[in-house]
Write a protein that binds this ligand. Structure first.
Ligand code: GUN
Ligand code: ZN
Length: 437
């Protein structure tokens, strides 16, 4: 370790991170039971065994003692709506009535920037408390809602992706933009925010049924003009929605094909749900580098359907996990893993805990083409990390106390854990303060 590095700080705990997908790679993770994470300012310097690494530290390097806990990269939530924070857990008979009854009225309030700022503060506190350090976030149709979100995220130095929702038909008039106006606003916002500090922009057509063909056309042109910018939308969530998309775009081969037609499938494109796809769709996602955000708490709550792991894995679709708050019922990526496991089980698959933690960290980063920036502890990565307490509740202490392997320990955390497990969250090398965690 270089003695010139004045900003060195080390953390002693069990240290876990991933270098590959455990479903496909032999040596996909690195686990140091008595480990050390060394951080230089805002970046990872090294991760390894305490016994080996500690002797390389310059004398006087501070070491925080988190023995008994597990340090891993911060969670990456690839699909969430900040304006839906206040309607989480609202009763409705499925997706489309839920949108009409709760979502659209809640989103209307975001024309007021003060409301946006207040909700953004609560939302980012909640993400941080749950150990999520990066998310792909939907704002509302109002540019003010994007300004409010990025302003708050930038103040906390979080690495976040967000975008203005594009929606120019089949929605309340007060939430409707126009094809040209929406594209203009999106371009102004992405020019201002994409790459400013740790903020990144996503072109965000809500879903094909609430956009005209002209709007998707312009969104695709923007996506071609700015290839480094993200794209996010919903696809094939619910059978009524799929039928609606088919009626509105009768020429399309499939729902996903609508987005493909307009150039909205490429690297850095993230589609939530991906339940009612066929194998041609899945092959197209893999071929274009388009990623899926799996949202099990939302899919079960709204009765949308079950994600098909075997078919997605056979096609090698890039996968990641989203909470989809407020259709999703928890900000916790651990609780989301719990339901993801059961969804997979209903389809005959067994998801290992190692794979679930991969999907919640490096899998998210890879799907976003951010490997090497976030998602693991490769030297040079940004130092976003969390400290998990396997003894956070009496039941967890009892269960993890008899875990016979790392897999069993992680499985207990995924199935029994929630925000109480997250003992600390560090953002770019700095511990998030009490209000932010
Ligand atoms: N499809 C279109 N908009 C939404 C939304 O806000 N939430 C979910 N879950 N699905 C959608
Ligand atoms: Zn959503």
């Amino acid at each position: 370790m270089n003695a010139m590095n004045k900003g060195l700080h080390a953390y002693r705990a069990g240290v876990l991170h991933f270098t590959g997908d455990p479903a496909f790679a032999d040596q996909a993770y690195s686990w140091h039971e008595d480990g050390l994470l060394v951080v230089d300012g805002a970046h990872v310097a090294a991760a390894g065994d305490y016994a080996k690494l500690s002797s390389t530290l310059p004398p006087g390097t501070p070491i925080e003692d988190w023995r008994g806990k597990i340090i891993m990269p911060g969670f990456v939530d690839t699909h969430i709506h900040y304006p839906q924070t206040d309607i989480i857990g609202s009763p409705a008979a499925g997706l489309l009535p839920w949108l009409e009854t709760y979502t659209f009225p809640a989103e209307r309030k975001f024309s007021n920037p003060l409301h946006g700022a207040e909700v953004a503060r609560f939302f980012l506190d909640e993400l941080t408390r749950n150990g999520t350090t990066t998310a792909m976030v939907y704002c509302t149709v109002h540019p003010e809602s994007v300004e409010a979100f990025f302003t708050e995220s930038e103040a906390r130095n979080l690495r976040m992706v967000a975008g203005k929702v594009l929606m120019d038909r089949n929605c309340p008039e007060t939430l409707c933009d126009t094809a040209e106006g929406g594209a203009r606003d999106s371009e102004a916002l992405l020019k201002k925010w994409h790459g400013r500090g740790r903020q990144m922009y996503a072109i965000t057509p809500r879903f094909a049924p609430t956009s005209t063909e002209a709007q998707l056309q312009l969104a695709g042109e923007l996506a071609r003009a700015y290839p480094e910018v993200y794209i996010q939308s919903h696809v094939a969530e619910n059978t009524d929605e799929v039928a609606w998309a088919k009626a509105l775009y009768p020429w399309a081969r499939s729902y996903l094909d609508i987005y493909d037609h307009y150039g909205l499938m490429r690297e850095r494109a993230m589609y939530a749900h991906c339940i009612w796809l066929d194998d041609i769709d899945r092959a197209r996602m893999a071929e274009t580098g388009t990623a899926a955000a799996l949202c099990p708490t939302s899919n079960l709550f709204l009765g949308s359907g079950l994600f098909d792991f075997p078919r997605a894995d056979a096609a090698r679709v890039p996968l990641s996990i989203g909470t989809d708050v407020g259709g999703g019922t928890s900000f916790s990526m651990l609780r989301t893993m719990n339901e993801l496991y059961k969804v997979a089980r209903m389809g005959g698959s067994h998801l290992s805990a190692l794979r679930m933690f991969y999907l919640a960290t490096l899998g998210g980063a890879r799907s976003m083409r951010l490997e090497g920036t976030i998602g693991n502890f490769t030297a040079g990565c940004e130092a976003d990390f969390i400290v998990l307490d396997p003894r956070a509740t009496p039941l967890l202490a009892r269960r993890t106390g008899t875990a016979g392997s790392l897999e069993e320990l992680l499985f207990a955390l995924a199935l029994l854990g929630d925000d109480r497990v997250v003992a600390a969250t560090y953002v770019a090398g700095r511990r998030a303060s009490a209000g932010e965690r």
